[in-house]
Design a protein around this ligand. Structure first.
Ligand code: MF3
Ligand code: CO
Ligand code: CO
Length: 264
Protein backbone atom coordinates (compact mmCIF):
# COMPACT_ATOMS: atom_id res chain seq x y z
CA UNK A 1 0.00 0.00 0.00
CA UNK A 2 1.27 3.49 -0.77
CA UNK A 3 2.15 5.97 1.97
CA UNK A 4 -0.82 8.32 2.43
CA UNK A 5 0.29 11.97 2.56
CA UNK A 6 -1.78 14.28 4.76
CA UNK A 7 -2.81 17.87 4.14
CA UNK A 8 -2.14 20.63 6.67
CA UNK A 9 -5.77 20.38 7.74
CA UNK A 10 -5.53 16.64 8.28
CA UNK A 11 -2.38 17.10 10.34
CA UNK A 12 -4.26 19.56 12.56
CA UNK A 13 -7.02 16.97 12.98
CA UNK A 14 -4.40 14.46 14.06
CA UNK A 15 -2.97 17.02 16.49
CA UNK A 16 -6.39 17.29 18.16
CA UNK A 17 -6.37 13.55 18.69
CA UNK A 18 -2.75 13.79 19.82
CA UNK A 19 -3.45 16.50 22.37
CA UNK A 20 -6.28 14.47 23.89
CA UNK A 21 -4.02 11.40 23.92
CA UNK A 22 -1.34 13.42 25.66
CA UNK A 23 -3.85 14.70 28.21
CA UNK A 24 -5.07 11.16 28.94
CA UNK A 25 -1.55 9.76 29.38
CA UNK A 26 -0.80 12.65 31.76
CA UNK A 27 -3.91 11.84 33.80
CA UNK A 28 -2.91 8.17 33.99
CA UNK A 29 0.67 9.04 34.93
CA UNK A 30 -0.69 11.14 37.84
CA UNK A 31 -2.20 8.09 39.52
CA UNK A 32 0.70 5.69 38.89
CA UNK A 33 1.90 4.55 42.33
CA UNK A 34 2.35 1.32 44.29
CA UNK A 35 -0.98 -0.48 44.87
CA UNK A 36 -2.81 0.83 41.79
CA UNK A 37 -4.05 -1.84 39.37
CA UNK A 38 -3.76 -1.65 35.61
CA UNK A 39 -7.56 -2.03 35.47
CA UNK A 40 -7.89 1.26 37.39
CA UNK A 41 -5.45 2.98 35.02
CA UNK A 42 -7.41 1.81 31.98
CA UNK A 43 -10.63 3.09 33.55
CA UNK A 44 -9.16 6.60 33.64
CA UNK A 45 -8.46 6.35 29.93
CA UNK A 46 -11.86 4.86 29.16
CA UNK A 47 -13.69 7.66 31.01
CA UNK A 48 -11.61 10.49 29.53
CA UNK A 49 -11.96 9.10 26.00
CA UNK A 50 -15.74 9.11 26.40
CA UNK A 51 -15.69 12.63 27.86
CA UNK A 52 -13.67 13.91 24.87
CA UNK A 53 -15.74 12.05 22.25
CA UNK A 54 -12.67 10.00 21.36
CA UNK A 55 -12.55 6.34 20.40
CA UNK A 56 -9.88 4.06 21.82
CA UNK A 57 -8.41 2.25 18.81
CA UNK A 58 -7.01 -0.73 20.71
CA UNK A 59 -10.40 -1.91 21.97
CA UNK A 60 -11.55 -4.88 19.81
CA UNK A 61 -8.43 -4.53 17.61
CA UNK A 62 -8.01 -5.72 14.90
CA UNK A 63 -11.71 -6.39 14.25
CA UNK A 64 -13.59 -3.33 15.52
CA UNK A 65 -16.42 -5.81 16.16
CA UNK A 66 -17.58 -5.47 19.78
CA UNK A 67 -16.48 -8.36 21.97
CA UNK A 68 -13.64 -9.47 19.71
CA UNK A 69 -9.95 -8.70 19.57
CA UNK A 70 -7.95 -6.77 22.16
CA UNK A 71 -10.06 -6.26 25.30
CA UNK A 72 -9.19 -2.72 26.50
CA UNK A 73 -8.62 0.91 25.52
CA UNK A 74 -4.96 0.95 26.54
CA UNK A 75 -1.99 -1.38 26.55
CA UNK A 76 -0.36 -1.35 30.01
CA UNK A 77 2.88 -3.30 30.15
CA UNK A 78 4.78 -3.79 33.41
CA UNK A 79 8.53 -4.59 33.65
CA UNK A 80 9.23 -7.68 31.47
CA UNK A 81 6.02 -7.01 29.50
CA UNK A 82 7.16 -5.27 26.31
CA UNK A 83 3.86 -4.38 24.61
CA UNK A 84 0.14 -5.24 24.60
CA UNK A 85 -0.13 -5.87 28.35
CA UNK A 86 -3.85 -6.29 29.14
CA UNK A 87 -5.26 -4.14 31.98
CA UNK A 88 -6.33 -6.26 34.93
CA UNK A 89 -5.89 -6.92 38.66
CA UNK A 90 -2.08 -6.75 38.67
CA UNK A 91 -0.99 -4.11 41.20
CA UNK A 92 1.95 -1.82 40.66
CA UNK A 93 4.73 -2.02 43.22
CA UNK A 94 7.65 0.17 44.13
CA UNK A 95 10.53 -0.31 41.67
CA UNK A 96 8.31 -1.32 38.73
CA UNK A 97 8.16 0.44 35.39
CA UNK A 98 4.95 0.59 33.39
CA UNK A 99 4.37 1.53 29.76
CA UNK A 100 1.12 3.36 29.06
CA UNK A 101 0.22 3.03 25.36
CA UNK A 102 -2.86 4.73 23.94
CA UNK A 103 -4.11 5.02 20.36
CA UNK A 104 -7.28 7.03 19.77
CA UNK A 105 -9.41 8.50 17.01
CA UNK A 106 -11.12 11.89 17.19
CA UNK A 107 -13.38 13.03 14.35
CA UNK A 108 -11.89 10.48 11.99
CA UNK A 109 -8.18 11.02 12.71
CA UNK A 110 -5.86 8.99 14.91
CA UNK A 111 -2.92 9.52 17.17
CA UNK A 112 -0.85 6.88 18.93
CA UNK A 113 1.42 7.61 21.91
CA UNK A 114 3.18 5.75 24.69
CA UNK A 115 5.39 6.50 27.66
CA UNK A 116 7.20 4.44 30.28
CA UNK A 117 6.80 5.59 33.88
CA UNK A 118 8.71 4.57 37.02
CA UNK A 119 6.75 3.48 40.11
CA UNK A 120 8.50 4.97 43.14
CA UNK A 121 12.23 4.35 43.22
CA UNK A 122 13.69 2.13 40.46
CA UNK A 123 17.22 0.69 40.17
CA UNK A 124 19.92 2.71 38.41
CA UNK A 125 19.92 0.23 35.54
CA UNK A 126 16.17 0.45 35.00
CA UNK A 127 16.35 4.22 35.26
CA UNK A 128 19.02 4.20 32.55
CA UNK A 129 16.84 1.92 30.39
CA UNK A 130 13.98 4.41 30.57
CA UNK A 131 16.24 7.38 29.81
CA UNK A 132 18.00 5.68 26.90
CA UNK A 133 14.65 4.68 25.37
CA UNK A 134 13.24 8.21 25.72
CA UNK A 135 16.44 9.64 24.22
CA UNK A 136 16.29 7.14 21.33
CA UNK A 137 12.89 8.51 20.35
CA UNK A 138 14.11 12.11 20.76
CA UNK A 139 17.18 11.42 18.60
CA UNK A 140 15.01 9.95 15.84
CA UNK A 141 12.59 12.88 15.87
CA UNK A 142 15.45 15.42 15.70
CA UNK A 143 16.81 13.65 12.61
CA UNK A 144 13.56 13.83 10.65
CA UNK A 145 13.90 16.06 7.57
CA UNK A 146 12.42 15.79 4.07
CA UNK A 147 14.75 13.84 1.80
CA UNK A 148 16.29 11.67 4.50
CA UNK A 149 16.07 7.90 4.26
CA UNK A 150 14.33 6.30 7.25
CA UNK A 151 17.01 3.60 7.44
CA UNK A 152 19.63 6.25 8.29
CA UNK A 153 17.51 7.35 11.25
CA UNK A 154 16.77 3.76 12.30
CA UNK A 155 20.52 3.08 12.30
CA UNK A 156 21.11 5.98 14.68
CA UNK A 157 18.34 4.70 16.97
CA UNK A 158 19.84 1.21 17.03
CA UNK A 159 23.32 2.65 17.61
CA UNK A 160 22.16 4.77 20.55
CA UNK A 161 20.55 1.75 22.21
CA UNK A 162 23.36 -0.72 21.58
CA UNK A 163 26.19 1.67 22.48
CA UNK A 164 24.46 2.01 25.86
CA UNK A 165 24.54 -1.79 26.29
CA UNK A 166 20.85 -2.39 25.63
CA UNK A 167 18.97 -4.05 22.76
CA UNK A 168 16.17 -3.08 20.36
CA UNK A 169 13.16 -5.39 20.13
CA UNK A 170 12.78 -6.57 16.51
CA UNK A 171 9.28 -8.05 16.48
CA UNK A 172 7.47 -4.71 16.58
CA UNK A 173 8.03 -1.48 14.67
CA UNK A 174 6.54 1.98 14.29
CA UNK A 175 4.07 2.67 11.51
CA UNK A 176 2.21 5.18 9.44
CA UNK A 177 -0.86 6.63 11.18
CA UNK A 178 -3.76 8.74 9.95
CA UNK A 179 -7.40 7.83 9.44
CA UNK A 180 -6.34 4.37 10.66
CA UNK A 181 -4.13 3.61 13.65
CA UNK A 182 -1.86 1.48 11.47
CA UNK A 183 -0.95 2.53 7.92
CA UNK A 184 2.04 1.87 5.72
CA UNK A 185 4.98 2.19 5.90
CA UNK A 186 6.70 0.16 8.60
CA UNK A 187 8.88 2.51 10.65
CA UNK A 188 11.53 0.28 12.24
CA UNK A 189 13.89 1.13 15.11
CA UNK A 190 16.75 -0.97 13.68
CA UNK A 191 18.27 -1.90 10.32
CA UNK A 192 18.14 -5.33 8.69
CA UNK A 193 18.15 -6.49 5.07
CA UNK A 194 14.39 -6.94 5.29
CA UNK A 195 13.85 -3.44 6.68
CA UNK A 196 16.10 -1.99 3.96
CA UNK A 197 13.85 -3.51 1.30
CA UNK A 198 11.00 -1.44 2.76
CA UNK A 199 13.12 1.70 3.10
CA UNK A 200 11.65 5.08 2.09
CA UNK A 201 12.54 8.75 1.89
CA UNK A 202 10.81 11.26 4.14
CA UNK A 203 8.42 13.69 2.49
CA UNK A 204 6.31 16.53 3.93
CA UNK A 205 2.82 15.26 4.78
CA UNK A 206 3.94 11.84 5.96
CA UNK A 207 2.63 11.01 9.43
CA UNK A 208 4.23 8.31 11.56
CA UNK A 209 4.09 6.71 14.96
CA UNK A 210 7.75 6.33 15.98
CA UNK A 211 8.07 3.90 18.87
CA UNK A 212 11.35 2.36 20.02
CA UNK A 213 11.03 -0.68 22.30
CA UNK A 214 14.24 -1.31 24.23
CA UNK A 215 15.33 -4.11 26.58
CA UNK A 216 18.14 -4.46 29.12
CA UNK A 217 18.93 -8.06 28.22
CA UNK A 218 18.36 -10.31 25.22
CA UNK A 219 15.97 -8.97 22.61
CA UNK A 220 13.99 -12.22 22.26
CA UNK A 221 10.32 -12.00 23.21
CA UNK A 222 7.30 -14.28 23.29
CA UNK A 223 3.56 -13.94 23.66
CA UNK A 224 1.74 -15.10 26.81
CA UNK A 225 -1.16 -17.58 26.57
CA UNK A 226 -3.60 -14.63 26.89
CA UNK A 227 -2.90 -14.13 23.16
CA UNK A 228 -1.66 -10.55 23.59
CA UNK A 229 0.91 -9.76 26.26
CA UNK A 230 4.43 -9.82 24.83
CA UNK A 231 7.20 -10.46 27.39
CA UNK A 232 10.97 -10.70 27.23
CA UNK A 233 12.30 -14.25 27.05
CA UNK A 234 14.82 -13.53 29.81
CA UNK A 235 12.35 -11.77 32.10
CA UNK A 236 14.31 -8.51 32.16
CA UNK A 237 12.48 -5.19 31.81
CA UNK A 238 11.57 -3.31 28.63
CA UNK A 239 10.79 0.36 27.98
CA UNK A 240 8.77 1.93 25.16
CA UNK A 241 8.14 5.53 24.11
CA UNK A 242 5.94 6.58 21.19
CA UNK A 243 5.01 9.85 19.50
CA UNK A 244 2.87 10.55 16.47
CA UNK A 245 4.63 13.05 14.21
CA UNK A 246 4.14 14.80 10.89
CA UNK A 247 7.06 15.36 8.53
CA UNK A 248 7.19 19.07 7.63
CA UNK A 249 9.74 21.18 5.76
CA UNK A 250 11.02 22.25 9.19
CA UNK A 251 11.39 18.73 10.57
CA UNK A 252 9.21 16.54 12.79
CA UNK A 253 6.07 18.23 14.08
CA UNK A 254 5.25 16.23 17.23
CA UNK A 255 1.47 15.82 17.41
CA UNK A 256 1.31 13.99 20.75
CA UNK A 257 3.26 16.29 23.05
CA UNK A 258 0.34 18.58 23.86
CA UNK A 259 2.08 21.65 22.47
CA UNK A 260 0.93 24.09 19.78
CA UNK A 261 2.25 23.72 16.20
CA UNK A 262 5.92 23.75 15.38
CA UNK A 263 7.45 27.20 15.12
CA UNK A 264 4.62 28.96 16.95
N1 MF3 B 1 -0.80 1.23 20.33
C1 MF3 B 1 -0.20 0.09 19.69
C2 MF3 B 1 0.85 0.62 18.72
O1 MF3 B 1 1.64 1.41 19.13
C3 MF3 B 1 -1.19 -0.81 19.05
C4 MF3 B 1 -2.02 -1.53 20.02
S1 MF3 B 1 -3.11 -2.59 19.23
C5 MF3 B 1 -3.62 -3.62 20.46
O2 MF3 B 1 0.91 0.34 17.56
F1 MF3 B 1 -4.58 -4.30 19.99
F2 MF3 B 1 -2.64 -4.37 20.87
F3 MF3 B 1 -4.01 -2.90 21.48
CO1 CO C 1 0.88 2.75 20.60
CO1 CO D 1 2.00 2.56 17.44
Amino acid sequence: MPIILKTRREIEMMRRAGQIGCEILAAMREVVRAGVTTFELNEIARELLAKRNAIGMSKNYPDYKPGTGYPAETCLSINEEVVHGIPGPRQLKDGDIITLDLALRVEGYCADTATTVAVGQVSDKVNKLVNVTRDTLAIALKQIKPGRKWSDIARLMQYHVESNGFNVVREFVGHGVGRSMHEDPKVPNFVTAEQLRGDFKLRPGMTFAVEPMVVIGRRDVHQLPDGWTVVTEDGQPAAHFEHTIAVTEAGADILTDGRPPWGL
